[in-house]
Unconditional design. Sequence first.
Length: 213
Amino acid sequence: MDKKIVAVNAGPRKGWNTETLIAEASKGAEAAGAVVERFDLFRLERYTGCISCFGCKREKFKGHCICRDGLTPVLDAIREADGLILGSPNYLGELTASFRALYERLIFQNLTYNVQTPCCNERPIPVLLLMTSNAPDTGYLKLLGNYQQTLSRFVGPTEVFVSGNTLQLKDYSKTDWEWSMFDPEAKRKRHETVFPQECEKARQLGAALVSQG
């Protein structure tokens, strides 16, 4: 039976950097023989982050978020998957609110508050966390290190990949304000030369996910 990989896009923009890297990682997984199920968090029915109902702390629901909303199919799919691809742009030094909503519910359902067995996830799966940012990719080690550590503990071994200094617009000259913080030509050149290499790296990481699962 083919392995199943779930790919989750926590970015709002269709066809841009985050979605592109997720698509490339998914291609790598498919080339390695996996079936990929895709979710776009910005296009789901309404959902929230964790509401702290503690339903997942009851024995009959352990490992299952009992809140039923647009995230339920995503959580259910991840629970049955052999690997997980997560992608989000960086907004104001963090991942998106949509990512955080999924992250809270994905992690908290497996947290037991029991010293002997703090995690009730009996089926760890490998995770690939992709992040894109318009700033250089050198300043996010602590942020992503925290996510990597927590995801590794409660979901499965996690690999992190960052694409920084990304191209945000096709034509920066058409903005109402002058975006003088950026060098549009340098960004365009990077997008044409470096970003394709990052896409290839994402494909490789997606394929590696299948061999780990």
